[in-house]
Unconditional design. Sequence first.
Length: 180
Amino acid sequence: MADDLEPDGPYKVIVIGDGAVGKTSIISRYALGTFDEGYKKTLGVDFALKLVERKGKQDVYLQLWDIAGQDQFSSLTRVYFRHASACVTVFDLTARQTFENVKKWMDEVEAKVNTSETGPVPAILLANKCDLKPHEVSDAEIEEMKERYNFVAWFKTSAKDNTNIDKAMATLVDHIKPTE
Ligand code: GDP
C-alpha cells in the first residue's frame, strides 16, 4: 500500500472569504486543534502546515494560507493566490452578505488561480458558525452556489464546536490528490 511512502506536498491551500467569517479559526482548529473566542484581525498572511494522514493512501502535507479580506492588503493578493493547489471558501451562515460575497471571491479565484496552465483547482464551500442561530442562508441557496462555481462539495461547519472541519478538509485533499 501507499502507507509507507513519504508524505506528498506540501500543497498550497488558500482560505478565502470576508473578514470575521472564521477563516483563522478554521485553520487553527484544523491544524492546531484549538479555538479562540477572541477576534484578532489577521494582518497580512499567516501560514499553517498540516500533515494529513490518510488510511491506505499517501499522507499529504497542506500549507494553509490565511489572509485578511481587507482591500488595503491588495498588493499581497497576487502572491496569495499564486500557485494555489486548492481553495477553501468560507462564509458566515448567520451573516447573509458574506454569502453574497462568495461570488466576488470566486471571481478572484477564477481570474488569479485558475490559469490556463493549471485549469480549475478544487474548491470547497464552508458555511461556518453553524452553531449560531438564526441561519440566514438556505441549503437550497448554498447548493445553487456550489453548482454555479463548481465547488466539489459544501459543508455546514463550526470551528467552535469542531463540526465537519476534518470531513470537509478530507474531501478537499482527496480532490487535490486522487488515489492512484
Ligand atoms: P476571520 O477574520 O475570517 O479569520 O475570522 P476569525 O477566525 O478571526 O473569527 C472571527 C470571530 O468569529 C472570532 O471571534 C471567532 O471566535 C468567531 N468564530 C469563528 N468561527 C466560529 C464558529 O464556528 N462559531 C462561533 N460561534 N464563532 C466562531
